[in-house]
Write a protein that binds this ligand. Structure first.
Ligand code: AP5
Ligand code: MG
Length: 210
């Protein structure tokens, strides 16, 4: 299964990718997590990407296309993968097609903008593995520690309300056109982001079976 998860910032792409990758035994690939790890390690790519990510702008297409080419060539992607947060522009989607990658399904997780601010204001992420939590909707078992790896949970710098508003604007301008792009190719499945994480997972898994 080669799957793309589309949706606004905070729609629940990362949350669902973590659950579905365990069920399908395929890797979840988040360009956001890859870039944040590079910023933390202080690599050349991380240094280039930092100002974009911090301000809520998109990292340039050529950087993202390079990341994804390298990642999809790794052996764990042979039996499929879940792309979380990529592609995010028509140019990135076209580049993935040009790599000869045959995507099976594109799931668009729909959540209204008003719900996004609430979700992102309570989000905590693992500083080690990138897993997502929420103070109300998905608390970790031990306060401020990741259930998966024990890493410290932190607030993402770009979850500040003014940056979230910028990310939403960028999403509507540059990423939303991908809904029509994949609908035209017969790949699009629309899943309404529900108030419960498990409800969204159930709808998503049902959509994948169809
Ligand atoms: P990225 O890390 O991809 O961020 P994003 O798309 O803005 O999405 P988020 O990670 O904020 O949200 P999510 O949909 O994963 O939601 P989550 O599951 O955490 O990208 C960050 C930046 O990197 C970009 O701004 C850009 O600069 C750069 N970048 C990355 N990829 C790029 C690309 N391809 N091109 C260019 N630039 C790129 O859920 C959010 C919260 O809600 C959590 O707290 C969760 O617990 C909670 N929650 C989830 N589902 C539910 C539910 N159903 N009910 C209640 N709460 C829920
Ligand atoms: Mg995410």
């Amino acid at each position: 299964m080669k799957l793309i998860l589309l949706g606004a910032p905070g729609a629940g792409k990362g949350t669902q990718a973590e659950i579905v990758c365990d069920k399908l035994k395929i890797p979840a690939i988040s360009t956001g997590n890859i870039i944040r790890a590079a910023v933390k390690e202080g690599t050349e790519m991380g240094a280039k990407a930092k100002s974009y990510i911090d301000s809520g702008a998109l990292v340039p297409d050529d950087v993202i296309i390079g990341i994804i080419k390298e990642r999809l060539a790794q052996p764990d992607c042979e039996n499929g993968f879940i792309l979380d947060g990529v592609p995010r522009t028509v140019a990135q989607a076209e580049a993935i097609e040009q790599m000869g990658v045959e995507i099976d399904k594109v799931v668009d997780i729909e959540v209204p903008d008003e719900a996004i601010l609430q979700r992102l204001s309570g989000r905590r992420v693992c500083s080690a593995c990138g897993a997502s939590y929420h103070t109300t909707f998905k608390p970790s078992h031990k306060p401020d520690l990741c259930d998966r790896c024990g890493g410290a949970l932190i607030v993402r710098k770009d979850d500040e309300p003014s940056t979230v508003r910028e990310r939403l604007k960028v999403y509507h301008d540059l990423t939303e056109p991908l809904i029509d792009f994949y609908r035209a190719r017969g790949k699009l499945v629309e899943v309404k982001g529900q108030s419960e994480i498990a409800e969204t997972t159930a709808l998503l898994l049902k959509a994948l079976e169809a």
